[in-house]
Design a protein around this ligand. Structure first.
Ligand SMILES: NC(=O)C1=CN([C@@H]2O[C@H](COP(=O)(O)OP(=O)(O)OC[C@H]3O[C@@H](n4cnc5c(N)ncnc54)[C@H](OP(=O)(O)O)[C@@H]3O)[C@@H](O)[C@H]2O)C=CC1
Ligand SMILES: O=C(O)[C@@H]1CCC=N1
Length: 275
């Protein structure tokens, strides 16, 4: 087994999430010539090779043969089909990381037809900027060196959290894997409202995204304050923010968020039964 900085990593499936992780890794100094991406469509591979100087191939088997670490980055519904040919390989000595939602460790071991050193992860797309959040779950049989590598790999693209049980992955999906999309939806709705008021699309976006960055940074840099306290600091009694917050509360934004996050968990659980 190569030492950690030299481990060869094969990404099987080079879509949005794989690209985010590859970008974060290369920006963080992981040697590009130790990374290979396998994907059916050539334009994605060409773009990855051009942007990050990594290796690429259309041949999943070839990529896995050469790798110490295999990152399974295809859609959940394709996972069985993609793993089938890989099951012909002897995967002992290799670490397999899955980033797929709703595909359990049991299913992956079954698809690959052998006991593997397997870590399930749930990253998110801000990994692209080194601002990712990843939950990781390793079965008890995974060696300490493999756990450490999986942790280092995902820590290179953001923060990580180790999970005690596999089902916790579904909560990470609701809180972090899917949640960038909730924030985009909220920002999108704010932008639409601003444009209706007569603000240009560009100005609205500039103001909203900067406020979002500022709010997230304030939350992160002030753990001594609860999120409710941070909100209260913006909210003058009888003022403008109070009126806006009152409107959200009257329309039960909290219930919508609760329903949405539980729907994400429920869908992950359904997928785990399906795949
Ligand atoms: N997007 C996100 O925010 C997150 C996604 N995930 C997980 O990441 C995984 C990928 O999602 P995402 O990146 O969004 O999806 P994408 O569709 O962007 O990426 C999937 C990639 O797999 C490729 N692919 C299809 N068939 C094969 C095959 N036979 N062999 C190799 N590659 C293949 C696709 O290629 P082509 O397009 O050329 O067909 C595509 O590039 C999913 O399992 C998802 O649950 C996890 C956390 C967050
Ligand atoms: O939507 C999905 O299923 C994936 C998992 C988390 C984010 N995207």
């Amino acid at each position: 087994m190569a030492d950690n900085s030299q481990r060869r990593i094969a990404f099987i499936g080079a879509g949005n999430m794989a690209r985010s992780i590859i970008s974060g890794l290369v920006s963080n100094g992981y040697p590009a010539d130790r990374i290979i991406a396998a994907n059916p469509s050539q334009p994605k591979l060409d773009a990855l090779a051009a942007d990050f100087a990594i290796q690429s191939t259309n041949d999943n088997l070839l990529a896995c043969q050469q790798a110490d670490v295999i990152v399974l980055g295809v859609k959940p519904q394709l996972m069985a089909q993609v793993c089938e040919p890989l099951s012909a390989l002897d995967l002992s000595g290799k670490l397999v990381l899955s980033i797929a939602a709703g595909v359990t460790c049991d299913s992956l071991q079954r698809y690959l037809k052998q006991a593997i050193s397997l870590v399930r992860t749930m990253p998110n797309t801000p990994s692209l900027l080194g601002l990712g959040m990843t939950g990781l779950y390793a079965e008890a049989s995974v060696a300490e060196a493999d756990r450490a590598f999986a942790g280092q790999l995902m820590a290179a693209v953001g923060e990580i959290i180790w999970l005690a049980q596999e089902s916790d992955i579904d909560q990470v999906i609701a809180c972090a894997g899917s949640s960038p999309a909730y924030f985009f939806l909220f920002m999108e709705a704010m932008q639409q409202a601003a444009v209706k008021m007569g603000v240009t699309t560009e100005d609205a976006r500039a103001m909203i995204q900067q406020a979002a960055i500022g709010a997230a940074a304030m939350a992160k840099q002030n753990p001594q304050w609860s999120l409710a306290e941070l909100r209260t600091q913006v909210t003058s009694k009888g003022g403008t923010t109070a009126k806006a917050i009152e409107t959200f509360e009257q329309q039960d934004l909290r219930a919508s968020v609760d329903d949405a996050m539980n729907a994400a968990v429920k869908r992950a659980q359904e997928m785990a039964k399906q795949f």
